[in-house]
Structures are given as C-alpha cells and as structure tokens.
Design a protein around this ligand. Sequence first.
Ligand code: SAH
Length: 364
Amino acid sequence: MEKNPVSLLEHPEQSLRKKSIYDMTYEQMEDWAVSKGWKKFRIQQIYNWLYKSRVDSFEEMTNLSKETRKALSEEFEFTPLELVRQQIAKDGTRKFLFRTEDGALLESVMMVFDYGNSVCVSSQVGCNMGCAFCASGLTKKSRNLKASEMVAQFMAIQKELDRSNERVSHIVVMGTGEPFDNYENVMNFLKTVNHDRGLAIGSRHITISTCGVVPKIYEFADGHYQYNLAVSLHAPNNRLRDSLMPINKAYPLEELMKAIDYYTKENNRRLTFEYILLNGVNNSVEDAKELARLLRPYNCYVNLIPYNSVDEHGFRPVNREEAMKFYDVLKKEKIAVTIRKEHGSDIDAACGQLRIKEIRKGRK
Ligand code: SAH
C-alpha cells in the first residue's frame, strides 16, 4: 500500500505507527491473510510463533517465507512494554511495573496458588470509578488500554516464567481500571489468550471483575461467555454502597441485582461477589445479616477480601478474628463464602500502589 505523503505530514505519528500484532485476534488475522491472498493455514503457524514459541520479532518465524515475514513486518509490530520494575515477595507473588510507548505506567501482578499461577491484568491507565478505598482511582483514567497492551502484560510475565519452565494458567482482569468501561478491547484480549491455537488459557480460568456497570453486565450475559464474572459489592445497602462506590449512584443495588439475576439465569452460571472488609465501616454482624438477606435469592458466592491499606484513604483492615465473625454469620445464613488469602503483603500489595509510587517519584 502506498503511503499518502499528505497524511504523513498532517499526522506523522499516527501514519507511521504500525498496528501491534497482539491487537489481532485469530479471526482478524485470518481475515487479513485472506485479504492478502494467503491460505488461512499460515495464521496457525504465525500464532504458534507468537504464543507457543513466544518470539519477539517476525525474523524469528523461520518456517515462513521471507516475503511473508516482510509483509508482516511492514504492517505490524510487537507491542513494546518496557519493564520498569519487578518486585518479588516471599510467597512468590511478583509485581510488574511497565511503561507503554506513550509513557503511561501499568501494573500487573502474578500470584502463586496451589492450583497454578494467576496473572492480574490492568485494563486502563488510571480509573474513573472513584471507589473510596482504592489506590487505582487516585489517578483519573487517562486512556483505555488496547487489547495488545493487555496481551503484552501477559506475554511479558509468561516470558519471565518461561525461564523456569513455568506457565501462567489463570487470568483475572482485576488490575487498575474498570474492564466494563473498556469492553471491546478487554473482550478481544481474552479472545486471544483463550484461543486454542495460542495460549489456550481455559475460559473457566479467566475472571473479569466489575464494579457494576449494569448495561455491560447485560451485554456480557448475552454473549454467553464461559469466563467467570465477579462483581465488587462491598456493601449490603444503597446508603453504604453510595458512600463507597460512586457507580452505585448511577446503577443502584436494585438494578445491579436485576442484571445479575439475568446473567446467572441466562448463563446458568454462579457469580462471585467481592466484599472487602473495612473495619468499622461494613463489617458488623448486622451488615453480614443484611448481606445474606440481599444475596439469598441468587446463585452466587461471596469472596471476603482483606483490605490492603492505602495511606491516602484512611480505611483500616479487620483482623482474622473479625473476618471470621463476619464469615460465620454468612455461613450460618447459608451463603457460600470464602476468605481470600493475602498475597505479597511484604511488597506494595494494594492495587495500583507501585504505579502511584512511581508517578509521585517522577513528579519530585
Ligand atoms: N474495576 C473492577 C476491577 C478492578 S478492582 C472492580 O471494581 O471490580 C479489583 C478488586 O480489588 C475490586 O473488588 C476492588 O474493589 C478491590 N480493591 C480495590 N482496592 C483494594 C484494596 N486497597 N484492598 C483490597 N481490595 C481492593
């Protein structure tokens, strides 16, 4: 394709910048291959190189012809995420801080569970949801992440693990950002990591967490995906939820629960509610009873989350005994409940803390 010299002058960066190969889902790559007059089969080879051999350049795709490699490198590039810092905790948790091409900072976490290694991916640069307790919201969203930038977070971490022949088996979209505020890119990212011919992360090993963007819950329900859905609840009534999560003013509990009912019935799926225990705010026995009354009609379970303190916000975590008290009430009320194990508490554990630290350092 000939470059248009006029547009080169008007938008030099946009015109020169190639699309990232990680932005292309398998199906999009097949369509592209067909448009080139290639056999679809070639995409299988390319996908193998990208996601099984995990090469960093088109030159390394040695079983492709020179022309094919040239055609690829003329239109695509790899998304370069620069690794700024890696912290490793005693329990094996690793935190990664990345810088994008345009200088934005991203955080991803890898956690070690007995069932495998799970990567927590960021979906936006900053977040606009403004939850009162969360470090991510300390900086407003500056932009959505592209699918390629989410794929690249995963790939960078998988490549680190390749050194010791380990594999990432699970993904949670629970890093900085609201995935349902960047729906299409998140779904394309998941399509890529989920694809059988690539990384093949099983759908049941993928969880998307939302603060409750109701229209997107309906859209997700209608998509009949096999991914797990988690909803950040954190309060059993509108009064308390309004004070913790601004999204509740747009979509109050009645609307949220209606959407959840639709999702669970439409998909015949159980749903997870996340509930951070904030000392003296939402952890009383009365709160637990009210939560049980709210959730009883639904096919769901509750994941109680220990709070990672964020200095700026002033909320306090509960101790083990208080967490157990809340847990026991839910159990007695026949609500399925678990307490999330803490990970990486000896490093900057709370979501977005590493990123905030780096941003502040830069401002000094
Ligand atoms: N925006 C999405 C996903 C990102 S947050 C959502 O709200 O679900 C992922 C989870 O971490 C949410 O349940 C969020 O409420 C929780 N979280 C945020 N800050 C936290 C903190 N300091 N300690 C523990 N959990 C936190």
